[in-house]
Design a binder for this molecule. Structure first.
Ligand code: FAD
Length: 457
C-alpha cells in the first residue's frame, strides 16, 4: 500500500465553502475527515453568513460541484445572470451580454445556502465529522499537532493528525504558522476600498424589481454599486467605496449625507432601497485583500487551499471558483502520486501561477467595472468582442469568456486575453458601430497573433 492510501484520517481546518467541498472530495477517496470550524453551526444558529450574501458561480466552480454530484441541485437554487446591466446616473440602462450568446451565464447563488448544502452533503457521506466552535490557534507541522480552542468553554486541546489542510480563509491561522517556517512567505495587499451590503426587497408576490437575469452595475469612476438577484425576488446590492477621501465611507457620516449621495449618484437604486439609511449604518463595512503566499505546503504534512493560500478581491467573481478548482486539481494530483508530498508539490506547481494570474485579473477588473463600463469606447469594444466571438468560434477568445466559461488555466486566460484585447482595440480604431468591424482584417489578426499562441500552449 502507498502512503496516501494508508492514511486513514485527515483534518481540515475551516468548514467554509472550500473546506466543506474538500471534505467531500477526501471522503469520496475513502478518508475519514475531521473538520474543525471556528464558527457555530449556521444550520442551527442564526449567524451572519460571512462575506457577501450571494456570489456568482461559473464554469470552474460548477465543474467541481459536478465531480461530487452536486451541480444539478445547486443550479436549481441559482439565478443565471447572462450579462451586465449598466445603470447611468440618470437611470438609463445599457445591457452587455457576458458571452457569445444566452447560453453563457454566471449564476447568482446564496453563499449561506451553498455552505450549508456542502456541509450537509459532506456529512451525509458518513466519513466527515464537522466540529463547530473549534478555533485552531497553533499548528506544529512536524509533530502533526493542532492546538484548538473550544470557543464555548475557552478550553484548549491538542488534535493529532498525519495530514492537515488549511482552508481557513483569507486570515488563515494555518498560513500564519506556515509562514514562520524558513523558506515560506506571504504578501498581503489590502484594497483601499471597502464594501457595504444593502438590500432591494422583492416586489409584490415575490416579483423582481429589476431585470432578474443580469448583474446590475452602477459604475461611477472611483466607486460603484452592484446588485445580484436572490431566489426570493430580492437583490443584494454591494456598494464599493474608498475608505477615505472626498467621496468615501469616511465622508458619509450622517443619514442626510448618505441619502444625498444616493439621490445624486444612484437615484434609481435609491427608489428601491427603502432601508438604505438603516442598512448603511447597521451593516458592517467589509475589507478586501489579495494574499499571495508560497509555498502552500509543508512536506506532505500540511496544505493550504482556497482563500487561505490565495485570497483575491471579488471583482471577477472567481475567489470561490478558484478555490473549488484547487480541489479539482488536488484530486487529480492525489490520483497520480503515492506520497502526499509529491501530490502537494505538484498541486502547488500547477496552481501557483494560475492563482497569481486571477489575483491580478481581479484587481484589473475592478477598474474595468467601476470605470470603464460607463465609457462608450469600452461598450463598443465589448460589442466588437461579441461579434468576433460569434464570427470566429474557437479561434477568437476573450479573457472574460476564458475565465468564466472555460477551465483553461487562468495564466493562459490572462495571456490570451491580453492578445485578444489588443486585436479588439486595433479593430475599434476609427470605428463607431460594432457591425462595421472589418472582419477580413479581424481574421488576419486572429490568425497572425491568437491562433499560433493558443496552438503553442
Ligand atoms: P472562507 O469562505 O472564508 O471560509 C473559511 C472558513 O474557515 C470559515 O468558515 C471560517 O469560520 C473558518 N475559520 C477561519 N479561521 C479559523 C480557525 N482559526 N480555526 C477554524 N476555522 C477557522 N467568489 C466567487 O467565486 N464568486 C463571487 O461572486 C464572489 N463574490 C464575493 C464577494 C465579496 C464581497 C467577497 C468578500 C468575496 C467574494 N468571493 C466570490 C470570494 C469568496 O467569498 C471566497 O473566495 C471564498 O469564500 C473562499 O472560500 P474559503 O473556504 O477558502 O474561505
Amino acid at each position: 500500500m502507498h502512503e496516501i492510501d494508508q492514511t486513514g484520517r485527515v483534518t481540515v481546518v475551516g468548514a467554509g465553502l472550500v473546506g466543506s467541498l474538500l471534505a467531500m472530495y477526501l471522503a469520496k477517496r475513502g478518508f475519514q475527515v475531521d473538520v474543525l470550524e471556528r464558527r457555530p453551526d449556521m444550520r442551527r444558529e442564526e449567524i451572519g453568513a460571512g462575506r457577501s450574501i450571494n456570489l456568482a458561480i461559473s464554469t470552474r466552480g460548477l465543474h467541481a460541484l459536478r465531480q461530487v454530484g452536486l451541480e444539478e441541485e445547486a443550479l436549481r437554487h441559482a439565478i443565471p445572470m447572462r450579462g451586465r446591466m449598466i445603470h447611468s446616473p440618470s437611470g438609463e440602462l445599457a445591457y452587455q451580454a457576458y458571452g457569445k450568446d444566452e447560453s453563457q451565464a454566471i449564476n447568482s447563488l446564496s453563499r449561506a445556502w451553498l455552505n450549508k448544502f456542502l456541509m450537509s452533503r459532506a456529512e451525509a457521506t458518513g466519513r466527515v465529522r464537522i466540529e463547530f466552535k473549534q478555533r485552531v490557534q497553533h499548528a506544529d507541522f512536524q509533530k502533526g499537532v493542532l492546538e484548538v480552542v473550544d470557543e464555548s468553554s475557552g478550553s484548549t486541546r491538542e488534535v493529532r493528525t498525519p495530514v492537515m489542510f488549511g482552508t481557513d480563509g483569507s486570515g488563515s491561522a494555518v498560513r500564519r504558522e506556515l509562514t514562520l517556517l524558513p523558506g515560506h512567505g506571504s504578501a498581503q495587499e489590502q484594497l483601499s476600498h471597502g464594501y457595504k451590503e444593502l438590500t432591494i426587497h422583492a416586489g409584490p408576490g415575490g416579483a423582481f424589481q429589476m431585470e432578474k437575469h443580469a448583474l446590475h452595475i452602477w459604475p461611477r469612476g472611483s466607486y460603484m454599486l452592484i446588485a445580484l438577484p436572490n431566489e426570493d425576488g430580492s437583490f443584494t446590492c454591494t456598494l464599493f467605496l474608498p475608505f477615505q477621501g472626498p467621496v468615501s465611507f469616511e465622508s458619509l457620516q450622517t443619514p442626510a449625507q448618505v441619502k444625498a449621495f444616493f439621490e445624486q449618484q444612484f437615484p434609481d437604486a435609491l427608489a428601491l432601497i427603502p432601508d438604505l439609511v438603516h442598512d448603511f449604518f447597521q451593516n458592517p463595512t467589509g475589507t478586501m485583500v489579495t494574499v499571495k503566499s508560497a509555498p502552500w505546503h509543508v512536506d506532505g504534512k500540511a496544505l493550504l487551499l482556497g482563500d487561505a493560500a490565495h485570497a483575491i478581491v471579488p471583482f471577477f467573481g472567481q475567489g470561490m471558483n478558484c478555490g473549488f478548482e484547487d480541489c479539482v486539481v488536488l484530486e487529480e494530483c492525489l490520483g497520480r502520486h503515492t506520497r502526499w508530498q509529491d501530490a502537494f508539490e505538484e498541486l502547488f506547481r500547477l496552481r501557483k501561477a494560475n492563482a497569481d494570474a486571477i489575483a491580478d485579473m481581479a484587481v484589473e477588473n475592478f477598474v474595468e467595472m467601476r470605470d470603464k463600463t460607463a465609457d462608450p469606447r469600452f461598450l463598443l469594444e465589448k460589442a466588437v468582442e461579441k461579434v468576433l466571438l460569434n464570427a470566429f468560434p474557437g479561434q477568437f477568445l476573450s479573457r472574460y469568456t476564458l475565465v468564466s466559461f472555460s477551465r483553461v488555466p487562468y495564466r493562459l486566460a490572462y495571456e490570451v486575453g491580453a492578445i485578444a484585447g489588443g486585436i479588439v482595440a486595433e479593430l475599434c480604431a476609427g470605428l463607431t458601430r460594432a457591425e462595421d468591424v472589418d472582419l477580413q482584417r479581424a481574421r488576419t489578426l486572429i490568425h497572425e497573433r491568437l491562433v499560433p499562441f493558443v496552438k503553442e500552449h
